[in-house]
Design a binder for this molecule. Structure first.
Ligand SMILES: Cc1cc2nc3c(=O)[nH]c(=O)nc-3n(C[C@H](O)[C@H](O)[C@H](O)COP(=O)(O)OP(=O)(O)OC[C@H]3O[C@@H](n4cnc5c(N)ncnc54)[C@H](O)[C@@H]3O)c2cc1C
Length: 500
């Protein structure tokens, strides 16, 4: 590390995005320092669970099992919804299931444990208040527990949430639309109501409720025509209970409120995800209505896309332009996310005038191609990045967790990705594929195996595949006639001898 730098990368924000990114950077051997202005982790339950793709991301790093150690067993689900229209993730038979009703605090605790094991320093009570990108490095002004301090680093990533300070200090544009309505949320113990997982349409709006453990229910009150408040403080529970009663006729005011909050449908997207040595990820780059629970998921996947690229650039193995692919790939995902959550908001929060549209869309979802399209959108399983030449159907998509038979027995693809390195998987016993991978052996594992009987039978034939550390297919055969060398160079930098 440059002796004048306090850390190779400073990650601002220890929410799910910042923690995932810090873990990915440490896994690749980068000195990452995480700063968070909160002196203690938040206890707000927020995002309840994750999508199939986030579950796969955790499975790829061997993290899914850690929830059991936290006494937070995962309640899996094979169903989701689009603006209240039910969807079955079974249209992706090789996908991992979604997880529901798991408060975000557990996800953050799990990630903090992983990051701590990887030796990452999280400095709490440290608020970033100033930033200067000199072109050579970035200088941060930080208010710490012992007073102001200056930190120097090679790259800064703002994972500091929807009101991101980093975004403002580095001059990112954040256009979009302000909130047009105000919704309430409360976690309430002992209110004794029935679950309404994807919401119940009622004359005054929509009521949602879900049990989140320990006798606590999450209630969400979506009354129509509620202009956004200009609050600086959360609402009183009495306001939430009154709204719930207006909608449902039920009295929950006797319950014990553990967390009460208001939120809206403000929708904004940073025009750039990278400005020089400063990058944005998670809510810092995109805010939207939490329809379908996609916010935390998108942040974790931003981090998963960025971590290995930033590590390769910091380690000098890949040119800085690799970071531009982070913008290209994830900004496109962010744009789609905003369209998706806007559409879900209209369907979900609209009144009776929206019913004909719901009916028509409901009919359309009975067609498999539509069902798959929408399920792919809300599950994150259909994200396809532009990878370059080739026409294999998996190119750019996430690699499914196929069952494999190798020299040492059976396994699946995901455990082979646990190290955060690339993977060149030779499934057709092809020496030329293995030979192509050897010059990148310091960054890419070359593994020979066979697909287990019946594995992948619902998907396309795969003879060989190059998988990036984020699980996306960078090259595949048949259909990649030139071999994997070009793709190896594009995503992993020049081969070792050339780099030396
Ligand atoms: C009511 C509600 C329900 C939601 N439900 C879901 C759901 O079901 N599923 C889902 O996926 N998402 C959901 N979300 C969204 C989800 O909570 C967010 O998308 C997620 O927390 C974003 O993670 P992040 O790490 O990007 O930002 P945050 O979690 O906001 O973390 C940012 C961190 O940065 C720190 N920070 C801020 N400024 C500074 C600074 N200047 N210096 C140092 N540190 C700083 C903060 O203290 C914080 O710890 C919900 C959100 C809300 C409000």
């Amino acid at each position: 590390m440059d002796a004048a730098c306090d850390a190779e990368v400073v990650v601002v924000g220890a929410g799910p995005t910042g923690l995932m990114l810090a873990g990915e950077l440490r896994l690749a051997g980068v000195e990452a320092l995480v700063l968070d202005r909160l002196t203690e982790p938040t206890t707000e339950s927020r995002g309840l669970g994750f999508t199939p793709r986030t579950m796969e991301v955790f499975a790829q790093r061997g993290l899914a099992g850690r929830f059991d150690e936290l006494d937070a067993p995962l309640q899996t689900a094979t169903r989701g919804h689009f603006g209240g229209l039910p969807l079955d993730f079974g249209v992706f038979p090789e996908a991992h299931p979604a997880v529901m009703n798991l408060p975000q605090v557990h996800t953050e605790t799990m990630l903090r444990g992983w990051v701590a094991e990887l030796g990452c320093d999280i400095r709490r009570g440290h608020e970033v208040v100033g930033l200067e990108d000199t072109g050579e490095s970035v200088q941060l002004q930080v208010e710490g527990p012992e007073g102001p301090l200056l930190l120097r680093t090679r790259y800064v990533v703002g994972c500091d949430g929807g009101r991101s300070t980093v975004r403002g200090l580095a001059g990112f544009d954040f256009p979009g639309t302000p909130a047009t309505l105000e919704l309430f949320l409360a976690d309430v113990r002992g209110c004794g109501i029935r679950p309404r997982f994807i919401g119940e349409w009622l004359p005054g709006g929509v009521a949602m409720s879900a049990p989140i453990g320990d006798g606590v229910d999450r209630v969400v009150v979506c009354e129509r025509d509620t202009p956004p408040g200009r609050r600086t403080e959360p609402p009183e529970f009495s306001e939430v209970a009154a709204g719930w009663q207006r909608l449902t006729g039920e009295d929950i005011s006797h319950g014990e409120a553990l967390w009460v909050s208001a939120f809206g449908d403000a929708t904004r997207l940073a025009t750039e995800y990278r400005r020089g040595r400063v990058l944005l990820a998670g809510d810092a780059a995109h805010v939207h209505l939490p329809a379908g629970g996609l916010g935390m998921n998108t942040g974790i996947q931003d981090a998963f896309n960025l971590g290995w690229k930033l590590a390769a650039v910091v380690r000098g193995r890949a040119p800085g332009t690799l970071l531009d692919t982070y913008h290209d790939e994830r900004h496109a995902v962010g744009r789609r996310l905003l369209g998706n959550t806007r559409a879900q908001g209209l369907l979900f929060l609209g009144g009776t005038e929206m019913q004909p549209l719901r009916d028509v869309l409901g009919e359309l979802t009975e067609h498999e191609v539509v069902h798959r399209h929408l399920a792919g959108m809300v599950s994150g399983l259909e994200i396809r990045y532009p990878m370059g030449p080739g026409d294999h159907p998996l190119l750019g998509l996430r690699m499914p967790d196929l069952e494999l038979v190798g020299e040492t027995g059976t396994t699946t693809v995901f455990p082979l990705l646990r190290t955060g390195r690339g993977l060149l998987l030779d499934l057709g016993d092809d020496e030329s594929v293995r030979r192509s991978g050897r010059p990148w052996a310091d960054r890419v594992d070359v593994v020979t195996a066979k697909a287990a009987a019946g594995a992948g039978s619902t998907g396309p034939r795969v003879d060989a595949v190059l998988v990036r550390p984020d699980g996306h297919v960078a090259w595949a055969a048949p259909g990649g006639d030139e071999g994997p060398a070009d793709a190896l160079g594009r995503w992993f930098g020049p081969p070792a001898a050339e780099a030396a």
